[in-house]
Design a protein around this ligand. Structure first.
Ligand SMILES: [Zn+2]
Length: 205
């Protein structure tokens, strides 16, 4: 068989770092009037324990996109991080407004990001209820009982804002420790009940 034409790619099914960098340059011109400074674009194996698709590092001028994403998702993750680069590091109003602008301009957002709307969350006010809801969402597997308060606060800041650092967040919202403690206790009891029920079902039928 004649050799196949060279693709010049390790895995032609997925965009690599260099191709995503080209996309960055293209999108910067198309959707940002070239206002974003140059960024290094890297495809990385893992972003964090919550399996984020991308990360933006303003100081090091670096955007990371998780390896193994379908092209559409990788491109959507890149745009998501570019919107952070243009606005703030969390998902408050300025970022949402930017995402809606990008959607209207026809930027290829991920399916999830297509649904972003301007609700009243401004990325500053944090209510106990909001934090509680996020904690309940995170506690979904037995291993999540090992998460520390800092883990959970980091996740919250990334997604909603509320402060810049974990220490500052704790200072501003002194009730966070108690919320996590109560939620973990409740979840542990739930797991215990579930296990007991499974034993019963397996034994008695
Ligand atoms: Zn984000």
């Amino acid at each position: 068989m004649p050799p196949k034409p060279r693709q010049g790619l390790a895995d032609p099914a997925m965009l690599n770092g260099r191709q995503l960098r080209r996309k960055f340059i293209e999108f910067n011109a198309l959707y940002f009037s070239n206002k974003l400074p140059p960024y290094a674009i890297r495809v990385v194996r893992k972003i964090n324990w919550l399996d984020f698709m991308g990360r933006h590092d303003r100081q090091r001028r670096r955007i990371e996109v998780r390896q193994g994403l379908a092209d559409k998702e990788a491109v959507g993750a890149l745009i998501h991080e570019m919107a952070h680069a243009r606005t703030t590091d969390h998902h408050g109003m300025p970022w949402k407004r930017e995402m809606i602008r990008l959607r209207k301009a026809g930027a290829p957002l991920t399916e999830q990001d297509m649904g972003i709307s301007l609700d009243d969350w401004d990325g500053i006010r944090v209510t106990k209820q909001m934090f509680q809801r996020r904690v309940d969402n995170i506690l979904c597997a037995p291993s999540s009982l090992n998460l520390t308060l800092s883990n959970v606060i980091e996740d919250f800041i990334r997604n909603y804002g509320g402060a810049i650092t974990v220490a500052e967040f704790k200072r501003k919202h002194p009730w966070v420790g108690a919320v996590l403690r109560d939620a973990k206790k409740e979840f542990a009891e739930y797991l215990k009940l579930q296990a007991e029920l499974e034993v019963k079902l397996a034994g008695g039928g």
